[in-house]
Design a protein around this ligand. Structure first.
Ligand SMILES: NC(=O)C1=CN([C@@H]2O[C@H](COP(=O)(O)OP(=O)(O)OC[C@H]3O[C@@H](n4cnc5c(N)ncnc54)[C@H](O)[C@@H]3O)[C@@H](O)[C@H]2O)[C@H](O)CC1
Ligand SMILES: [K+]
Length: 377
């Protein structure tokens, strides 16, 4: 059974990444299934408050709210923590009266004052919640939003981001003026921007909170991007892979698709696609009818059919030759190209940590079966 097949099984379901548009669709389908937008927002704001309480004792908290639903989540968070006895202030970009729908409803429940957003409001805050923009970010930060967040970023007060740090594009991880958070609480599933640089570094720790979105919405959405995880490809690894000893005749590869492993500089020499890393890698895979492994500390593995896996790792000195060796070995075990590439990138990280930087491609067939057996056998 091919886990990275179009029928989502559990591994792919858990590892799914949703685009901003798909997340909006998930919200719409949740409402159809009987979970109201008001409830989703209540749960989202409560999740942020809960994660804050898990990490910090009560202290002067400043919640920065924006003009959309991200700001609505901020008002819920402010309300919850104030109820729990925290000293909370709210500052907003735009006017509370202009907040629409459930964001407006939640904002009306905030009993306190709402200050205008400016660097001056930061005075006295010992923890900041960034609920200015999330998935709805449409352009670069400017004016008071940019000035206030930049001032917060220059200070030492920790920032907790709601959904994404304001200014990070959910689909690409690009920054349009965002400052780094120590914690980002997102909802239902991550978006590619939580894993792609510089977004990943700006998010700090990422927590995915359950806000009541029914899992079944994924069947209609059919995600095309996934965070690398053994659950995605372990069922594709033939049992033989765990048992093979060096010298056994290789099993015939499951498919003939070529796998290209490329560093950024190699990628740029071969392709002149523009845009973010996910888009460019997908275009290269489609163009070359090959699985493309675009390496980095945010490695993107793209399949010609449009699916992609994103893998976050600490940069290592390990070579592309070693990664190529691991992927080739997995394919001789009968693994199809796409899951073999995703598994290879994962195992390459584990192998580099286990065996150090001296590991050579030719040693792979001797070492990996034992490693795999220990990890997953
Ligand atoms: N399932 C979920 O993930 C849920 C998420 N929730 C939260 O909702 C936001 C997304 O809400 P949305 O209203 O679509 O967008 P924003 O609040 O991010 O902002 C929209 C608002 O801001 C204006 N705008 C965008 N960029 C700029 C800019 N650079 N400068 C000025 N103004 C800008 C835009 O025009 C809109 O008016 C998501 O992130 C979650 O936090 C739900 O609460 C629950 C379900
Ligand atoms: K935000």
């Amino acid at each position: 059974m091919n886990t990275l097949s179009p029928d989502l099984d559990n591994g792919a379901r858990q590892a799914a990444l949703l685009t901003v548009r798909q997340m909006a669709e998930a919200d719409r389908l949740s409402v159809v299934a009987g979970v109201s937008s008001f409830e989703l927002m209540s749960n989202a704001g409560a999740a942020v408050a809960r994660e804050i309480q898990r990490r910090w004792t009560p202290r002067p908290l400043l919640v920065l709210c924006g003009p959309g639903n991200n700001g609505g989540d901020g008002f819920v968070c402010a309300y919850r923590l104030a109820q729990a006895g925290w000293p909370v202030r709210v500052a907003m970009w735009g006017s509370r009266a202009a907040l629409k729908g459930e964001a407006g409803q939640h904002a009306q429940r905030w009993p306190g004052e709402v200050q205008a957003l400016s660097p001056a409001v930061l005075e006295g805050a010992e923890l900041i919640v960034d609920a200015v923009f999330g998935a709805g970010l449409a352009r670069a930060l400017e004016g008071q939003v940019l000035d206030t967040l930049a001032a917060a970023g220059r200070g030492t007060v920790p920032i907790v981001a709601v959904d994404t740090p304001s200014g990070v594009m959910g689909d690409t991880g690009e920054s349009l003026g965002a400052v780094a958070a120590v914690l980002t609480v997102t909802f239902f599933r991550k978006k590619p921007g939580h894993l792609l640089l510089p977004g990943r570094d700006l998010c700090g720790e990422v927590i995915v909170a359950d806000i009541g979105t029914p899992e079944a919405v994924l069947d209609a959405i059919v995600p095309q991007a996934f965070e690398n995880h053994p659950g995605l490809w372990l069922p594709d690894l033939p049992r033989a892979g765990l048992d093979t000893v060096a010298g056994h005749p290789p099993v015939v590869a499951a498919d003939a698709t070529q796998v290209l492993t490329l560093h950024e500089s190699e990628f740029r020499r071969m392709f002149d696609f523009v845009g973010d890393k996910l888009t460019r890698t997908r275009a290269a895979a489609q163009h070359g009818s090959a699985v493309v492994v675009h390496r980095g500390s945010d490695t993107v593995i793209a399949c010609p059919d449009g699916r992609a896996v994103i893998h976050c790792s600490v940069p290592s000195a390990a070579t592309g030759e070693l990664l190529g060796g691991i992927i080739r070995w997995l394919r001789t075990q009968g693994m199809p190209a796409f899951p073999a590439a995703a598994a290879g990138v994962w195992l390459h990280d584990v192998a580099a940590a286990e065996f150090g930087p001296g590991l050579l491609a030719k040693e792979v067939p001797h070492l990996l079966p034992g490693l795999l057996r220990r990890l997953y056998g």
